[in-house]
Design a protein around this ligand. Sequence first.
Ligand code: UDP
Ligand code: MG
Length: 340
Amino acid sequence: MDLLSIVIPVYNEEQLLPHLAASLLRILRKTDLASEIILVNDGSRDASLEVMVGLAASHPEIKIVDLSRNFGKEYAVSAGLRFARGEAVVVMDGDLQHPPEVISRLIEKWREGHDVVYARHVARREESRMKKMLSALFYLFFNRLTETPIPQNVGDFLLLDRRVVDSINTLPERNRFMKGLFAWVGFRRSEVEYEQAERALGSSKWSLWKLWNFALDGLTSFTTLPLRLWSYIGLLVSLLAMLYALYLVLRTLILGVDVPGFASLIVVMLMLGGIQLISLGVIGEYLGRLYHEVKQRPLFLVRRTYGFTEADEGQADPPSSGLGAKHPGAGEQIGEERHQ
Ligand code: UDP
Ligand code: MG
């Protein structure tokens, strides 16, 4: 029997976890696949971990990866993907916004031979108009500027075939814009539609500022167009400057010297100064990210795992081996081991 893994990042969801586990287990029993539910505790500050441990005690399907601190959702998902052993892996949120009922339809499509099955949400009632507009704008930008378009309204809830998970696990980058990575790997894709529920309890962990930074991370890790843009802006500015210089020289030759010019001088100076600072800022964005990549720190650190058998651990090379080079966060080693 094939194994199905469900990967769920969890950050301060103590209230929702029991509901989530109950409805997931109910749905999973109906499928003809063996299943494991991997809850990744992303440094929750509430009692999420205790609730999970309690759930895992009575349900052997539930396994827990406890990260050493809050790394962020993208890293929690990356961790879950490293530990998942299933032939198919479903990634979903832990706030019940992704109805577990959809999983059976994802599996259906997977069985038809698709490697990546997206769940596309048709209604997003919870979000404000402004958030919706900004998100539409982001997709427009992203898909125009990069070579790996990501479909709108999908991305957080999807099924991945083993091959896709292995590919994602070998990606070395520290900057984990998962939506983009899921799209970047390619493979045969398909999607199903579902109606997104409202967050049952608790609140969204994303502020506008966090989303803005997320958007910047996404853009900069998938396109270098903003860098190249500055060459063209420079060219344009130089061209205009040359035309203006020509005009000034001719005017002086014909009409004689003309002293006033403070206003035009100061405007040009300030504008050019501004443009130069912006271009430096853009270079800085990329440089900063390059710096993070070069440091080669592990993506995440695991404090402890619960419910994984020895065999799993042998493959995942868990934290018991310490924080050395073979830590699960150090992608390359894991990638290699799995292909043996
Ligand atoms: N999450 C996480 N780490 C974080 C923030 C969120 O693991 O730092 C998890 C959270 O517990 C939930 C999922 O990511 O399972 C989606 O979070 P949320 O509902 O806040 O995001 P939204 O649905 O508003 O995009
Ligand atoms: Mg949510």
